[in-house]
Every structure is written in structure tokens, then in C-alpha cells.
Design a protein. Structure first.
Length: 215
């Protein structure tokens, strides 16, 4: 079973509220991007400025160079899940992921395009969720490089129980292919936030991932 998670990426509080307002009428599970300006080249809204409507299931994608420094702030927000990057201080990640789980927060890990799953096998084994990241850090859009779907199979070999996420370039044209490739959570930023009618685009994406294949 796959789902569409609208993604929110904002540089300041005003942009953040506009993005929240745009998806609030229909969103259920939402992906919020935050960056320290170091791991990703752009600054986003601050960790202490994040909020969301009651009832949302929120995944926080923390594009940070030093995960342990932000851990307590994120834990206090009580999201559904926090996703750190496998490439960010991997020696910190085992304890960071373990701490998230202690607080009842799902532990996610994201893999950049060059990262081979086998090179971070221990972290994948520990994670509840593994996200294939094919976008541009700190920006909407990017390209859904479908060659990266091979990673889904490799991740599943390492951790068959892991939920698989995808971030980067998801749209109506490729959503079905991604779900057929084994992606469970399609995080959609620009295709929804930049749409003339965000709710209609969201519904089209949901229809795409739920359509039955033709043999």
C-alpha cells in the first residue's frame, strides 16, 4: 500500500504558513523539510519554528550535518518520524536512531543519489523507514531518476520490514511507476505546492498510485 505525502519546504515563517494552508484541507501524512544550511546549501525555517495542525501525521526530514545536535529539539516536537541522512556523521546515527525509537518516534534514514545501500547496511537494518533521495537538497523539484529504483530492491534485501520512501521529482507522470517499483511513501513537493489547484493535483496523484495495472 502506497500513499502521497505533501512536502513542505519554506525559508521563513510566512512561507511556511502559506505552504501549510495550501495542503491543510486534504493532507493527512505530511513531509516537512528542515535544513541547517550546512548539509544542504539553503537555510529553511528554524527547528524551533515548526508547527502543524492537530491530527497530522508528520515526518520531519532533517537535512543536517550533525544529527545529534538537533535530536532533543526534534524529539520534543513529537513527530511521527524523523529522517536523517546516512551521509551525515554516520558514527552518530546508531545512537540517534535508537533514541528516536525510545521516544516512540519512527527512525528514518535518507540515501543521497551516490550512496550505495550496502555501504550503510547497519544503519538500514536499524531504520524503520529508508528514503531514496533523488532531488536537490533544500529545493523543490529535482528529477525522479528512475534508475534509483534499483535501490529499493537492495534496501529490501537488507531490511525487508523497512518502509520505503522517495523524495525528488514525484509527479502524476511517474507516481504509478514508483509505486510499482516498491515505494510506499511518495513525498511530493513542487508538483503540489506549485500547482494551480493543489487539492486536484493531490487527488490525481492518489488515483495514479491506486490504479490497477493492465497486464
Amino acid at each position: 500500500m502506497s500513499l502521497i505525502a505533501p512536502a513542505i519546504l519554506a525559508e521563513n515563517a510566512d512561507q511556511y504558513k502559506q505552504a501549510i494552508d495550501k495542503v491543510q484541507p486534504f493532507a493527512q501524512r505530511v513531509h516537512i523539510d528542515v535544513s541547517d544550511g550546512e548539509f544542504a546549501p539553503t537555510f529553511t525555517i528554524g527547528f524551533n519554528e515548526i508547527w502543524w495542525p492537530e491530527g497530522w501525521e508528520v515526518d520531519v526530514h532533517a537535512m543536517v550535518a550533525r544529527p545529534a545536535e538537533h535530536l532533543q529539539t526534534l524529539v520534543q516536537l513529537k513527530p511521527n518520524m524523523v529522517i536523517f541522512h546516512a551521509e551525515a556523521m554516520p558514527e552518530q546515527l546508531p545512537s540517534v536512531l535508537a533514541t528516536l525509537k525510545q521516544y516512540g518516534i519512527k527512525a528514518g534514514v535518507a540515501l543521497l543519489r551516490p550512496t550505495v545501500p550496502a555501504s550503510v547496511e547497519a544503519i538500514i537494518q536499524q531504520a524503520d523507514h529508508v528514503m531514496v533521495f533523488t532531488g536537490d537538497l533544500g529545493k523543490y523539484g529535482g528529477t525522479a531518476n528512475l534508475m534509483q529504483l534499483e535501490k529499493v530492491r537492495l534496501i529490501k534485501q537488507i531490511n525487508p520490514e523497512a518502509e520505503i520512501g522517495w523524495d525528488g521529482g514525484v509527479n502524476v507522470d511517474n507516481a504509478y511507476t514508483l509505486t510499482q517499483g516498491g515505494v510506499n511513501v511518495l513525498n511530493v513537493g513542487g508538483a503540489i505546492q506549485k500547482a494551480m489547484d493543489a487539492e486536484t493535483t493531490y487527488k490525481q496523484l492518489v488515483e495514479e498510485i491506486n490504479k490497477q495495472g493492465v497486464l
